[in-house]
Design a protein around this ligand. Structure first.
Ligand code: HEM
Length: 465
């Protein structure tokens, strides 16, 4: 157990908060429930568990899972979150190697790697998600939304999330594969098969097993084999093409990318990054758009203000309310509820000195509702972001530090364009028979994300009708 700081060069000095701890290390208390019940409650209703623990135990608590004995120390005070996110990655690397998605995205995925290998993949992946490149995706997003909207039923309830998922899948396929995406029906089917409800449950149960069994088998294993076959076929085809330099899709950029030693990515690395982008890059955004509409239909004033701004935008008006709606949706209905870091040394985090080995877990859900920062934190009030944008460590829907979501700007652009396209033509309403969900849909776990329990049921009408 290290209690004194090793000599480090100036450039690697830790921020004051991340200094190794001096006091005797201990974990914050947890609920008194048997670990089997904690595990069940966590699997079924993670936000219920977090709310209850926060009320009874405060902003730090420890959950224990059964049968592995695995513990998660949840923190949600913005200062503690800052300490964890700004700690040097070698002291608090990500814990995603044991996340439910790890066996799916593969060992070379940027999502699961740590240390220099993580930085290498991250640097190779970042360029397609920066600045000007993003402009190229705007038309793709608007077109995919319009095309899907053309088939929506008017005047009767529909589950919006199923449609937003179809739209964001089209968008990410186009962004990753370019025009070739048109003929990739088999890839669409393979992804849909992998994300079928029975498989998302199987993936979660698989992740809870200790020791971890080999690669996924059964229907998840077969779905992965189908997905891999299509991806490796596409890689082989692309490597033969001579016009890569003229193409701007993400796959072409990755095939040409070189690391600091001039090395290109191998097929295995490319497969893992493509699966990562395809999965991380569509469900999350689709769910966030569904949550935005789910909130807006229950806040008619906010909806009316947003629609008025969208109408004025065609005359060159601003999009500040749209930005505020997106920020507020991501705050109050974060799709990913937690992120995990594994401490390599004892570390002072908030009021506690946590021992080396602790799986310290910034709760996105609780931090985004910190009563220290937000007035009436449970309420959906986009206006709170009109005065100024969100703050780095109390608005963390995309995580933080050197692991912060690579697609954050892409996702926010996509959310804005999808909402603008939908609301310029159609008006959403709460279905008349939605008595159970009158004040809002609760959340339901879908693998590692939180989705609206009824799929964001809405009725659409043509505007002005
Ligand atoms: C609203 C939509 C999205 C949300 C809420 C979201 C959320 C997150 C979160 C919480 C993390 C973990 C960050 C951490 O550990 O600190 C993450 C990582 C990541 N996300 Fe997203 N994400 C979204 C959209 C996207 C999109 C559109 C893409 C790509 C096209 C993407 C690609 C990734 C990747 C590659 C990582 C791993 C980064 C790393 O470990 O270095 N995400 N995301």
């Amino acid at each position: 157990m290290a209690t004194t700081a090793p000599r480090t060069p100036q450039s690697m000095r830790r921020p004051a908060e991340a200094q190794p701890a001096q006091a005797a290390p201990s974990l914050p208390l947890g609920p008194r429930l048997h670990p089997a019940l904690q595990t069940l409650a966590w699997a079924l209703a993670p936000t219920w568990v977090m709310d209850r623990c926060a009320r009874r135990l405060g902003d730090s608590f420890t959950l224990t899972f059964f049968p592995s004995g695995l513990k998660l120390t949840v923190v949600s005070d913005p200062e503690a979150v800052k300490t964890v996110f700004t700690a040097p990655p070698e002291l608090a690397p990500s814990g995603t190697s044991s996340s439910p998605v790890a066996p799916i995205v593969g060992p070379s995925s940027v999502l699961v790697l740590t240390g220099p290998e993580h930085m290498r993949q991250r640097k190779l992946l970042l360029p397609p998600f920066h600045g000007e490149r993003m402009r190229e995706y705007e038309d793709v997003i608007v077109e995919a939304t319009r095309r899907d909207m053309a088939g929506w039923p008017l005047g009767r309830p529909m589950r919006l999330q199923e449609r937003t998922r179809a739209i964001t899948l089209e968008v990410i396929l186009r962004a990753v594969f370019g025009v070739e995406a048109e003929r990739m029906g088999r890839l669409r089917e393979a992804i849909a098969g992998l994300l079928a409800p029975a498989n998302t449950l199987a993936i979660l149960l698989f992740a809870l097993r200790r020791p971890r069994p080999g690669p996924p088998t059964g229907s998840v294993g077969r779905a992965l084999e189908r997905l891999d076959a299509v991806i490796y076929e596409e890689l082989a085809r692309r490597r033969e093409q001579t016009d890569l330099a003229q193409r701007s899709d993400i796959l072409s950029l990755l095939l040409q990318a070189r690391d600091e030693d001039g090395q290109a990515m191998t097929d295995g690395e490319l497969r893992d990054e493509l699966v990562t982008l395809l999965l991380a890059g569509h469900e999350t955004t689709a769910t966030s758009v569904a949550w935005a509409i789910e909130r807006l239909v229950r806040h008619p004033q906010a909806l009316a203000r947003l629609v008025a701004e969208i109408d004025a935008q065609s005359d060159g008006g601003s999009e500040e309310y749209l930005t505020a709606v997106v920020n507020e949706t991501l705050r109050v209905r974060p799709v990913v509820p937690i992120v995990v870091r594994v401490l390599q040394e004892d570390m002072r985090v908030g009021r506690y000195t946590l021992p080396a080995g602790t799986r310290v877990t910034p709760s996105i859900y609780l931090t985004n509702r910190s009563p220290k920062v937000y007035e009436s934190p449970e309420e959906f009030r986009p206006e709170r972001f009109l005065e100024g944008g969100p703050e780095t460590f109390s608005w963390i829907p995309f995580g933080g530090g050197i692991r912060r979501c690579i697609g954050a700007s892409f996702a926010q652009l996509e959310m804005k364009l999808m909402l603008r396209t939908m609301l310029s033509e159609l008006k959403p309403m709460v279905p008349a028979n939605a008595r159970r969900w009158r004040s809002g849909e609760s959340n339901r776990r879908r693998a590692v994300t939180l989705v609206p329990a009824a799929g964001a049921r809405v009725v659409w009408e043509r505007r002005g009708a």
